[in-house]
Design a protein around this ligand. Structure first.
Ligand code: ADP
Length: 513
């Protein structure tokens, strides 16, 4: 039976029913982070690349995001939309004012319009979710994103542009589907709109004390297990999982993991299991216009699969930036990440001294928890010839690390999709990853005779991780075999086009219902 359903699904993807191709769709894409305006992680990359890919398929897609203070009006040519000025947005008993600004993001082929919801009280700050100094979440994140979700709908109505689909991403946009299904459902403007919610990470749920719920203006009756409540709290993510017409997540393996296990599903696996038929894994792609070693302006020397001899110059440049000695035959392992426990830094720390004994150099670019920073800092002082660390967010350095490293380490506890392992493969840098979520779906384990694109280990255990690195180093010291792996990864197609088509098919399925 399952096989039949799967066959039918793929058949309909490849040969969509007659007539369904005809009408371009209108899609509103909501995200709290969009490259190049605001970014803490992969969500920002996706929120820029996916809308472009959908637009390239011929659809009208526009983005809405908050206008944080650091998004420069001048640099990004933000302009006011006069008719979208002073929009009252109810938040609790008050009415807050939203002003809408607009700009575009362009790639070589398409231009996508971005609307910014501006409100100085909520978004006139230096951080996205937390203050950059002290790194504490803003206390009013509930009100900030209630304002955003409701403000989006109020803006849409005044804009007079009716999307077929509102595509929401992560908890910050999670109550939009609930608004559409309840207090806005009697409005003929909103009634036909279908909602898709994409989970980029189950661990971030937007869980707030029950009193926060009152600020939403949603019917009180929704505050229950069959609604917005989870474990006594008001939960944005749960609200989305309950009300969205369709739920997606960013890899097939993660879709399975979060609906069967309490650990991955972070307490919401029961609901996800119930909504199984509405849950789908669609793998993220990577933006080849941004991440391409043949055109990358941020790296020292450009290269492609036919000119791999240029790659070591990037390694030399990278190591010299960290004042580390360069030797082509000394393996350099890189890592770029938010410094949070999800990313498996405890495993890295447990084996780092072993790696030092194995003559490995290690370069880390990380931003996040101070406690993790401290451990790496101490080890860097102990091994100044072998370890380089930079704490903070540095886009250009991220590119150089991808180009200059031989190996890329990503031993995540869980990983919804992960972009860095795909960037690594694209740059001929071999990933060593834990076989979870998107890491498992995208990396093919080395199986001898030049087959594979990286090295995987199953159990979340530092010895297993070390064994995978040892397997990798063995191949690293056979340069011809290593080059085959590099080329295999570089030849993989992780472009967005395929995934964008899957999203459009999903939108069409919803609209046919
Ligand atoms: P996540 O979304 O969980 O953070 P991903 O691998 O999906 O992980 O995406 C991470 C994105 O953020 C990549 O584009 C990566 O290059 C970037 N990134 C993470 N940390 C940093 C940093 N400290 N400086 C620059 N870029 C970073």
């Amino acid at each position: 039976m399952l096989e039949k359903v799967a066959k039918f699904y793929w058949f309909s993807v490849i040969f969509p029913p007659k007539g369904s191709m005809s009408r371009p769709l209108n899609i509103l894409f909501l995200s709290s982070e969009v490259e190049p305006f605001a970014k803490t992680g992969g969500l920002a990359d996706v929120s820029s690349a996916l809308p472009h890919a959908i637009k390239e398929l011929g659809h009208e897609i526009r983005i809405m995001m908050p206008r944080y203070r650091f998004i420069s009006e001048r640099r990004f040519k933000l302009h006011d939309i006069i008719r979208l000025k002073d929009i009252p947005v109810p938040v609790g008993k008050n009415s807050e004012i939203a002003n809408v600004k607009s700009s575009f993001i362009s790639n070589l082929k398409e231009k996508v319009q971005v609307y910014f919801l501006d409100n100085a009280t909520y978004f006139g700050r230096d951080g996205i979710y937390q203050s950059p100094i002290g790194k504490k979440d803003y206390k009013d994140n509930d009100a900030r994103f209630i304002f955003f979700c409701r403000g989006v709908l109020e803006t849409l109505k005044r804009l007079g542009w009716q999307p077929d689909i509102i595509h929401c991403n992560d908890w910050q946009t999670g109550i939009v589907p609930a608004y559409i299904k309840t207090i806005y459902s009697t409005d003929s403007f909103f009634k036909p709109i279908k909602t898709v919610f994409t989970i980029h990470n189950m661990a971030y749920q937007g869980s707030f004390p029950s009193e926060s719920f009152e600020k939403t203006g949603l019917p009180k009756s929704l505050f229950q297990a069959e609604g917005v409540e989870a474990y006594g709290k008001f939960n944005f993510l749960k609200t989305a999982l309950y009300f969205a017409d369709s739920i997606t997540t960013v890899s097939e393996r993660y879709a399975a993991e979060i609906s069967i296990s309490d650990e991955f599903g972070a307490g919401l696996n029961g609901l996800l299991a119930r909504r199984k038929k509405d849950l789908r894994g669609i793998l993220n792609g990577i933006d080849y216009q941004v991440w391409n070693p043949a055109t990358d302006e941020f790296i020292y020397r450009k290269y492609d699969a036919k000119s791999l001899d240029a790659k070591p110059d990037n390694k030399r440049a990278l190591l010299s930036r960290f004042h580390l000695p360069f030797k082509e035959t000394t393996p350099a392992a890189g890592a770029i990440s938010r410094l949070v426990s999800q990313k498996g830094f405890d495993l890295v720390l447990e084996i780092l001294e072993d790696l030092m004994k194995m003559n490995v150099q290690f370069i880390l670019l990380g931003d996040g928890e101070k406690s993790i920073e401290k451990h790496f800092e101490a080890l860097q002082k102990k091994y100044p010839q072998q370890i380089g660390v930079f704490f903070g967010f540095d886009k250009e350095l991220a590119h150089l690390i991808e180009a200059g490293s031989d190996l890329f380490l990503m031993p995540s506890k869980y990983e919804p999709c992960g972009l860095n392992q795909m960037y690594s493969m694209r740059y001929g840098t071999i990933p060593v990853v834990r076989a979870t979520g998107g890491l498992d779906d995208t990396v093919e384990d080395y199986s001898g005779n030049g087959r594979g694109t990286g090295f995987k280990f199953e159990k979340y255990d530092s010895r297993e991780f070390l064994k995978a690195i040892q397997r990798a180093l063995k191949v690293f010291h056979q340069p011809e075999e290593w080059k085959k792996l590099m080329r295999n990864g570089m030849a993989r197609d992780f472009s967005w086009e395929h995934s964008a088509k899957l999203y459009v098919n999903l939108y069409r399925e919803l609209l046919r219902q």
